[in-house]
Design a protein around this ligand. Structure first.
Ligand code: DGY
Length: 437
């Protein structure tokens, strides 16, 4: 498995970055790159560093880091750079064509993780010192431009920014949007089974939200004012908070930088307090999303509901409540942990992308979060479930949470030879103690 994982990462390496999966995802994706760098760090630190540097090179003048960087034009992906037109934004990176949206901010905690993995700590710290300010600038962008009410909770303006693209979480929002029928040729559904991908109608909404942002040249202020999709996402904000923490730890190791440490601590205090007062739903016993545009909570449970464990957000009592909810809704003995959407909800679909399947990156986060809170048995179950699934199906993009279907010949879903599945497998099997802050 280890050799196979390395083979996949090597095959998906392009000149300076790793594609998530051949054909289906032929470019560099933001959060993919972060997770991939963690896997690379276990056997080729130079490449891990290069992966991150390439992503950071795409940063815009305002600190923004895009979700896809279109290094070389590919015919197998839609929508490409000509649809996204990120260049409409006056501060867009002139060298790297990209999308005008972002993805969950992984880079802070990725830097910390690759430092933990590094054998040559001095070299790793030199690398971090050279690049950390760019990550700080990215956090500055989020707090300055994505938090119009000054709550310490940043918004996403597109479901693709969440990373959990077609989750049923977004259905109630799409119902409020009057999207036209677009005429376009999708490539993903000619590569893999359409039953595993979002529908055509969902793509209409995705494209329409981008068109609205384009009408405003991707201005953050205008997007906050006009985008029909504007959400405070607990997964996205957990990753920001986790990365804030890592930046504080790393700046302290580097020395100096008191002003940045103080600013990060101020953001952190505000974020933690709003997160717990606004996004914890007592009745559902879980963290939820908040629809900022329509000013109402999205009262649905998904694997994102547990991601605050990874960032040290819940207190002990809340953590206990989360674990109970996870076990009751997601943890039946016939289920692998952790389905991406509530298996007890009628919208759960175990095969369709983010509407139910297990995703390795979420499992990797939940594993660490549960360990941090001392839930060792449950953490170990998530880890062994993850390894067992990968051993059964190989390094797919996502997999079925129902144990019952793994009797005969089973396959995973979405892209095969998927880079972050391989990368995070390497991290899980090479598991090292993490620095606790
Ligand atoms: C896709 O093309 O499905 C990607 O997830 C968008 O980020």
């Amino acid at each position: 498995m280890r050799d196979r994982a390395i083979e996949i990462l090597n095959a998906n390496w392009r000149d300076g970055y790793t594609i998530p999966s051949k054909n289906l995802y032929p470019y560099q994706w933001n959060w993919d790159s972060g997770f991939i760098a963690i896997g690379l760090a276990h056997y080729d630190m130079d490449r891990a560093q290069k992966e991150l540097e390439t992503l950071l090179n795409s940063q815009w003048e305002n600190g923004f880091i895009p979700h896809i960087i279109f290094h070389k034009i590919s015919e197998t992906y839609f929508p490409g750079p000509n649809f996204h037109r990120a260049d409409l934004h006056p501060l867009a990176n002139k060298k790297y064509p990209s999308t005008g949206m972002t993805q969950p901010p992984v880079l802070g905690f990725v830097l910390e993780r690759i430092y933990e993995i590094a054998k040559n700590k001095a070299d790793s710290l030199r690398f971090i010192k050279k690049n950390i300010d760019k990550v700080y600038k990215n956090h500055h962008y989020f707090y300055k431009h994505r938090d119009p009410n000054n709550e310490g909770l940043v918004y996403i303006y597109h479901n693709w920014e969440s990373g959990t693209d077609n989750s049923p979480l977004w259905d109630p929002i799409f119902e409020t949007i009057d999207a036209p029928e677009y005429n376009f040729e999708r490539r993903d559904t000619s590569i893999i089974d359409p039953s595993e991908r979002p529908t055509k109608r969902e793509y209409d909404y995705y494209l329409h939200i981008i068109d609205i942002a384009k009408e405003h040249n991707y201005s953050d202020n205008k997007i906050a004012e006009f985008s029909p999709f504007l959400v405070q996402d607990p997964l996205f904000n957990s990753m920001l908070i986790k990365s804030n923490r890592s930046l504080i730890t790393l700046y302290k190791m580097i020395g100096g930088n008191e002003d940045k440490i103080e600013q990060l601590e101020r953001w952190q205090v505000k974020s933690l307090s709003s997160f717990n007062s606004k996004l914890f739903d007592e009745d559902l016993s879980a963290y939820i999303h908040y629809d900022l545009r329509n000013d109402k909570p999205i009262r649905l449970v998904s694997s994102s509901s547990f991601s605050p464990l990874f960032a040290g957000i819940p207190n002990k009592e809340q953590a206990e409540i989360l674990v109970k909810t996870m076990m009751e809704k997601f943890g039946g003995k016939d289920m692998y942990l952790c389905a991406s959407f509530d298996p007890t909800n009628s919208k759960f679909n175990p095969k369709k992308y983010w509407r139910g399947p297990v995703w390795i990156n979420l499992n990797w986060m939940l594993y660490q979060g549960l360990l941090d809170y001392g839930y060792n048995d449950l953490a170990n179950r998530i880890k062994s479930d993850t390894l067992e699934i990968l051993e059964k199906v190989g390094f797919y993009e996502y997999t079925d949470p129902r144990k019952t279907i793994y009797k005969g010949k089973v396959k995973g879903y979405g892209g095969s030879d998927f880079s972050w599945s391989a990368a995070l497998y390497l991290d899980l099997v090479n598991n090292q103690p993490t620095i606790r802050t």
